[in-house]
Design a protein around this ligand. Structure first.
Ligand SMILES: *[C@@H]1O[C@H](CO)[C@@H](O)[C@H](O)[C@H]1NC(C)=O
Ligand SMILES: *[C@@H]1O[C@H](CO)[C@@H](O)[C@H](O)[C@H]1NC(C)=O
Ligand SMILES: *[C@@H]1O[C@H](CO)[C@@H](O)[C@H](O)[C@H]1NC(C)=O
Ligand SMILES: *[C@@H]1O[C@H](CO)[C@@H](O)[C@H](O)[C@H]1NC(C)=O
Ligand SMILES: *[C@@H]1O[C@H](CO)[C@@H](O)[C@H](O)[C@H]1NC(C)=O
Ligand SMILES: *[C@@H]1O[C@H](CO)[C@@H](O)[C@H](O)[C@H]1NC(C)=O
Length: 283
């Protein structure tokens, strides 16, 4: 009740009620009470209008008529920023199109690329010369819901892990209503096999666990699938790069050869020295 928007709505109802009592409703529209839409999709609002007798002469269908949609409050006021679509404007805050033929009083409208912020109450208005009118009594409630979006999978720790280590696979997703079920799949033999359910999947890695995984997030509206992530396994023996052994081996061989050379050089030198000594000694 304290909400200004509710107040406007009540005043609107009251006024349109009064007008209706006197048969003065300026415009009568028919459209669904409510439409449920998924984010990212488009919404078609089936819409038709009827101009009550007392205004009939004012509406000339051969004159360009603007179809206007505005949201929240049933009261239209010039310059309000709640107008979201005007068929006479090239640029509107909502991308859309009146697909119905307004000359035939068909105001069927499509809005594209619906996002959750589109959830609201919408009213239709006609603007032509000299006739301009809104039907404050017939809003359509658009309720945007999401199948799970931006579903992604990650592995912690990232990078190759040793057999026997503990790894967490985590699934995340934005969804309204919230995700009720996360399911994990491993791709084995080219086919996905369900391996776990739950937002995170913890495993002690065995050799067969290496490979590609993805998760699925499901809510009442549908499901979203993540990209594939790779669980890479590091073999125990491969902990040290085999190149390192090769280099160490070569260095050892070189050291051995070098010490052999030094050893023989030393032996030749000592034997020459001792020979020399003997010679000197003899002279
Ligand atoms: C509607 O508008 C057209 C163009 O301005 C005019 O020729 C025609 O007489 C009008 N019809 C009525 C019923 O007023
Ligand atoms: C709709 O667009 C027409 C043409 O630009 C303009 O005359 C009219 O005032 C606009 N109506 C609203 C409610 O924005
Ligand atoms: C109104 O227009 C829409 C879109 O062009 C069409 O699908 C629908 O059949 C039309 N409604 C009537 C009553 O002609
Ligand atoms: C809309 O309806 C009018 C009157 O029935 C007709 O003359 C006109 O060609 C129609 N326009 C389109 C785009 O179908
Ligand atoms: C919908 O929105 C996306 C991203 O904002 C954009 O890339 C895409 O072109 C839009 N599609 C349409 C039909 O407007
Ligand atoms: C989650 O979904 C999977 C696959 O559809 C299903 O096998 C599993 O039973 C579901 N779990 C729950 C708790 O709903």
């Amino acid at each position: 009740m304290a909400c200004p928007e509710n107040m406007f709505f009540l005043i609107g109802l009251f006024m349109s009620g009064v007008l209706a009592c006197f048969g003065q409703r300026d415009l009568i529209t028919t459209m669904p009470d409510r439409l449920d839409v998924l984010t990212g999709s488009c919404v078609q609002i089936p819409c038709a209008f009827y101009i009550p007798d007392q205004n009939y002469y004012k509406f000339n269908s051969t004159i360009l008529t603007s179809g206007v949609w505005f949201k929240k409050s049933p009261l239209f006021a010039e310059g309000q920023d709640n107008v979201i679509f005007n068929s006479s404007e090239m640029v509107n805050s909502y991308q859309g199109k009146i697909t119905g033929n307004m000359s035939q009083k068909n105001c069927t409208t499509v809005f594209f690329n619906v996002t959750t912020s589109y959830s609201d109450k919408y009213f239709f208005r006609i603007e032509s010369q000299p006739y301009r009118a809104t039907d404050p009594e017939k809003p359509v409630n658009i309720d945007v819901r999401v199948s799970p979006k931006d579903t992604s999978a990650s592995i912690s720790p990232a990078g190759p892990v040793l057999v026997g280590s503990c790894v967490n696979l985590i699934c995340s997703s934005t969804a309204n209503p919230p995700v009720t079920n996360f399911t994990w799949f491993q791709i084995s033999g080219g086919k996905p096999t369900q391996v776990a359910s739950g937002q995170s999947y913890t495993l002690i890695v065995t050799v067969g666990d290496g490979g590609l995984y993805y998760c699925e997030a499901r809510n009442s509206q549908g499901c979203g699938k993540s990209e594939e992530v790779k669980l890479a396994i590091k073999e125990q023996g491969e902990a040290v790069n085999p190149k390192v052994y090769e280099i160490i081996g070569k260095i050892l061989v070189l050291l051995f050869l070098f010490s052999l050379i030094v050893f023989f050089a030393w032996r030749r030198r000592t034997s020459r020295l001792s020979n020399g000594f003997e010679t000197t000694d003899r002279s």
